[in-house]
Design a protein around this ligand. Sequence first.
Ligand code: NAD
Ligand code: ZN
Length: 243
Amino acid sequence: MQANIEMVKALLDPGRKVVVLTGAGVSAESGVPTFRGQDGLWKTHRAEDLARPDAFAARPELVWEFYNWRRTLVAGCEPGPAHLALAAMERLIPNFLLITQNVDGLHGQAGSRKLVEMHGSLWQVRCTVCTHAREDRSALPPLPECPVCGHLLRPGVVWFGEPLTPGVLRLAVAQLRDVDVFLSVGTSGLVQPAASFHQLARDHGAVTVEINAEPTPSTGLMDFALHGPAGVILPEMVPGTAS
Ligand code: NAD
Ligand code: ZN
């Protein structure tokens, strides 16, 4: 049902276990484009068509150009009020976990520490052949090479159609089986497995809440829904973070 902020605020008791799932919507207000609508276009390509292993196999230079563009864009972005409110929520609620689908690193930059970046990070690169992986915020060449074996490096993100890093899904599922309040913020609910997290939490007794700029396919399955910008709604829920 449609909720008001006070109803959801009342759920966020420090004695409860809270899991928050975020998506591209929390970073939209920081200037990071989402993958939906007009925002999801880079040159003439849909972002979703480039963030795929088959696209990288066919045109690695194009996919790297897209990722180098995204890295430069995100390097110029700052955490917004939604990121800061979630970092503050973590400090107020001892039993808290933030699971993000975002790869921009802005939650960590805002101070979130109980954080799982389930789709990896734009700031990680790894080898397509050997086990070399590193954090790297530098400007990369068009086709960066592995310093160990000389093969092509790839962005350290999980692309559409790829499995999550082993352990990440296990951890998320274990947390969702034992949670009191589940908040889904700024995610379209179209990308699995994250799109099923609210159902898992609800099946195990959690109260579920959606916060999104607009209704999503999950809205009707949530206990509560708040529609509006995450950067306005979240700070109003966390004492001391609204401007
Ligand atoms: P999405 O692009 O599919 O959907 C974004 C959602 O955010 C939409 O439902 C939209 O209504 C909502 N939204 C937009 N602005 C908002 C605001 N100000 N406040 C609240 N909600 C707002 O994003 P997704 O569900 O995260 O899935 C896309 C996939 O692409 C993810 O797997 C993610 O890894 C990746 N991605 C990441 C980033 C990033 O790291 N910032 C950006 C784009 C895509
Ligand atoms: Zn290598």
